[in-house]
Design a protein around this ligand. Structure first.
Ligand code: ATP
Length: 769
């Protein structure tokens, strides 16, 4: 038995203690069930294991990998030597310093805590969303609690034997959360410390905007080649598959990496910085529209002057999804280019309307795609793919029908156009010239076409850019379709807002105050949110504020009628000022507090609007992360918008930057009840966390209570989530509305609909008299 084993046994620590902060709280709260305090966030660090928490980490077994990291401010470009003795790496650490796991030889570590009054706590953070292993853990000295006056060294040892979950995973970052840790020792049974000091083990500074080396390399080496790159078979260091695509004609701006779990790599933000937001969502199996309609590629379009082979095809499909495999799956595409001078209109039409040998060929391919998808269903049994298949089947039927009714294309086209409207946040025209009976949204097609063929629309990405000669038309099938964001918030490009005069206080949140502002030069009101460093979390408040500021600069380019537009931000003397669209009606939660629950009809109206905002955000790769009544603002005229999305206050920032348990608790406790189970359990998550929160918000709007109304303690909430208890739905609601909530609040995130898939839910179609 090694010294390590001994220590391990003696102290009685094992991996069951390693839990996400949230679950740690759950454990603590459970233990303190008899405690007088009703505070569900009581941060006792005394933790025992439960079967359920253990279960949560069963899947996390991975080889351990380790690298020591140091504080970037102090040691920029000046790596410190690692002091080592045989099999032991020891170094002084202080609060806020970081190290990152990069090697897999480490199978245990020990923490020396010389000040045993306080607890030592470590927390691991995922390095990048895409690399996220959802592992957060804390270790603390049990002994230090038992003997609080003890002044001698107090060592905590833990190890990660084979077949046990191991937090030391590549890409995970550990951060010291407590001042009291004086030394840390890393042990390896298989390798000596000298081996740990291989070139891969180096002291490295931590950037707050962490990017995994994998993606940085990909970015540099591959993406800059300015060509179509398909990394489908590439794997990240965590074994996740990456999919990267890039339009040949574009620079790096048209790139986004997204993994199977809908996690968006940080590469996106880098790209966004290079050139304005131009986000593509790659989804291999998306032959469907947000409304659930068959996908149809008939598309109004115009060509913009392009030169040579860099002809750029940009298709505005529905909801800004990139139908990147569209040629593969939708082989019934043909281009029919009706050039009309500078305002040429091009239409993609179903080739199946023409009975040609080429068409037969495409039929075969279509069948291949069909089979391919069916195979996947057999193996993955995923509803998402099931949807895709169903769509494909519908599409097939549709194509068959179209041979008899070629004009039906127009119906779908206008539906797509109507969804374009949703994306663009434009108001619908209420006086349609050519009304299509099948178009539920009654979009005026002519108005759309007219608008889309205007010179202004040529510059937007909502148009299909086509080749003007046959050769290039043929190339179409080999190109990926790229969606550009045409709804960039151009009005925010000037800096008028910086001169805003600060008016009355209109609200106060966890991080600061919100004031009404007035810009003299434009005569417009805006809202100014002041976030003060001193109100933020620990030592990292400064960098957090800076990163918020940068994020706002990106997010301000988003614009939609159902999101509260960010206008800009400014950093000044320990504060960040976020300038936003002013919403005179205040938040929905305030309305609920004052006036009680809403009628179902009003809920329906709001949900439609929120869903539009959400679909828009998701199409841009932005996850709201904190959707709830308090973050939905009203214009006072019956319209609502999503606020606080993306950066200003997201859970990940909190997880990443919070340095103490109590701060962590304060930051998220107001959002816990709306939080998707995967977030509570610290598992991989994607855009569908917002769908869960939307369901919770419907409950909130109906009951004027937070969801899980009867649950007062976080321990009970965690229990409910772990046991997958159905969320309580107010009984007075209609069946459609109840069904909508339960669809949103589906525990299995893969079975949970995506935002756009909810758009046709019967609840949203329901007519109220
Ligand atoms: N753009 C805005 N227009 C009008 N009022 C706003 C705007 N943004 C915020 N407010 C008001 O300020 C209040 C506080 O907003 P803030 O976003 O700081 O906190 P919060 O969302 O209530 O809580 P938290 O800090 O936990 O997110 C809101 O409840 C709302 O009444």
């Amino acid at each position: 038995m090694s010294m390590f084993d001994k220590e391990y046994d003696k102290k009685g620590f094992d991996l069951k203690q390693i839990q996400s902060p949230i679950l740690k709280l759950y454990q603590n709260a459970k233990q303190e069930i008899n405690s007088k305090s009703d505070n569900i966030f009581s941060p006792s660090m005394n933790s025992q294991n439960t079967q359920s928490s253990k279960k949560l980490y069963q899947h996390q077994l991975q080889p351990i990998q380790l690298i020591q990291r140091d504080d970037q401010k102090e040691h920029k470009n000046k790596p410190q030597p690692i002091q080592s003795s045989d099999r032991i790496l020891q170094k002084e650490y202080t609060k806020g310093k970081n190290f990152q796991i990069q090697k897999d030889e480490i199978n245990g570590f020990a923490i020396n805590n010389f000040n045993s009054n306080k607890l030592s706590a470590f927390q691991s953070y995922p390095q990048s969303p895409i690399c996220k292993e959802q592992f957060n853990f804390k270790l603390q000295s049990k002994q230090s609690e038992e003997t609080p006056t003890q002044k001698s060294s107090n060592q905590i040892v833990t190890r990660f034997p084979n077949n046990e979950p191991n937090p030391f995973k590549d890409g995970n970052q550990l951060q010291i959360q407590n001042d009291n840790i004086k030394a840390i020792k890393f042990e390896s049974e298989q390798k000596s410390i000298s081996q740990l000091q291989s070139p891969r083990v180096r002291i490295k500074t931590i950037q707050k905007s962490m990017k995994s080396p994998t993606y940085q390399n990909l970015n540099k080496e591959k993406l800059s080649q300015n060509e179509l790159v398909d990394f489908e078979n590439q794997q990240s260091q965590n074994g996740e598959r990456l999919k990267i695509e890039q339009n040949k004609a574009d620079n790096e701006d048209n790139v986004q990496i997204i993994n199977e779990e809908e996690q968006i790599s940080p590469i996106k933000s880098k790209i966004n910085k290079i050139q304005q937001i131009n986000v593509n969502v790659y989804d291999k199996l998306l032959p469907k529209t947000p409304s659930g309609d068959k996908f149809n590629l008939k598309q109004e379009a115009s060509s913009r002057p392009t030169s040579g082979r860099n002809q750029n095809f940009i298709i505005k499909t529905v909801n800004n999804h990139t139908y990147s495999d569209i040629n593969h799956i939708h082989n019934n595409i043909n281009l029919n280019n009706a050039n009309n001078g500078s305002n040429s209109v091009t239409r993609l039409q179903s080739k199946e309307t023409n009975d040609t040998p080429k068409n037969q060929n495409r039929e075969e391919k279509h069948q291949e795609s069909y089979n391919e998808i069916k195979d996947r269903i057999d193996t993955q049994n995923s509803q998402q793919i099931g949807d895709s298949l169903q769509n494909l089947e519908e599409e097939k039927q549709h194509s068959e029908q179209k041979q008899n009714k070629p004009k039906s294309n127009q119906n779908i086209s206008s539906k797509i156009q109507s969804l374009n409207y949703i994306n663009e946040g434009r108001e619908q025209d209420s006086s349609p010239i050519e009304q299509n009976q099948n178009n539920k949204l009654n979009i005026d097609k002519q108005a759309i076409i007219k608008e889309q063929t205007s010179s202004q629309r040529q510059d937007s990405s909502m148009m299909l850019q086509t080749a003007t000669d046959k050769k290039e038309i043929n190339n179409m099938n080999n190109l990926k379709y790229i969606i550009e964001s045409s709804n960039l918030n151009q009005s925010n490009s000037n800096n008028d807002y910086l001169d805003a005069q600060v008016g009355e206080l209109i609200g106060q949140g966890a991080y600061g105050r919100v004031y009404k502002g007035f810009v003299k030069s434009t005569g417009k009101f805006l809202a100014i949110k002041e976030m003060k460093e001193e109100m933020m979390l620990g030592d990292d408040a400064h960098s957090l504020l800076e990163s918020i500021c940068k994020e706002i600069q990106l997010l301000k380019q988003l614009s939609h009628k159902n999101i509260v537009n960010y206008i800009g931000s400014k950093k000044q003397e320990g504060s960040v000022y976020i300038y936003m669209e002013y919403m005179p009606g205040g938040s929905i939660s305030e309305m609920l507090k004052k006036y009680g629950g809403f009628d179902e009809e009003v809920i329906q109206k709001f949900v439609k609007q929120l869903l539009e905002g959400l679909i828009y955000l998701h199409s841009k790769g932005v996850i709201h992360r904190d959707l709830k009544g308090a973050n939905i603002l009203s214009d006072g005229q019956g319209n609502v918008k999503l606020a606080d999305f993306g950066a200003a206050r997201n859970i990940e920032n909190i997880l990443q930057y919070s340095l103490s348990q109590s701060e962590f608790c304060n930051s998220i406790k107001g959002s816990l009840y709306w939080m998707a189970p995967e977030l509570i359990k610290n598992e991989k998550h994607g855009r569908r966390i917002d769908v869960w929160s939307l369901g919770c918000t419907v409950i909130e709007m109906a009951s004027a209570q937070h969801p899980w109304e009867s649950i007062k303690k976080f321990s009970d909430l965690a229990n409910a989530v772990i046991e997958q208890q159905p969320i309580p739905i107010p009984q007075h609601l209609s069946e459609e509305c109840k069904d909508f909530i339960s669809k949103c609040c589906t525990y299995d995130k893969k079975m949970r609909p995506k935002s756009h898939q909810l758009f046709n839910h019967p609840f949203l179609q329901k007519k109220y008299s």
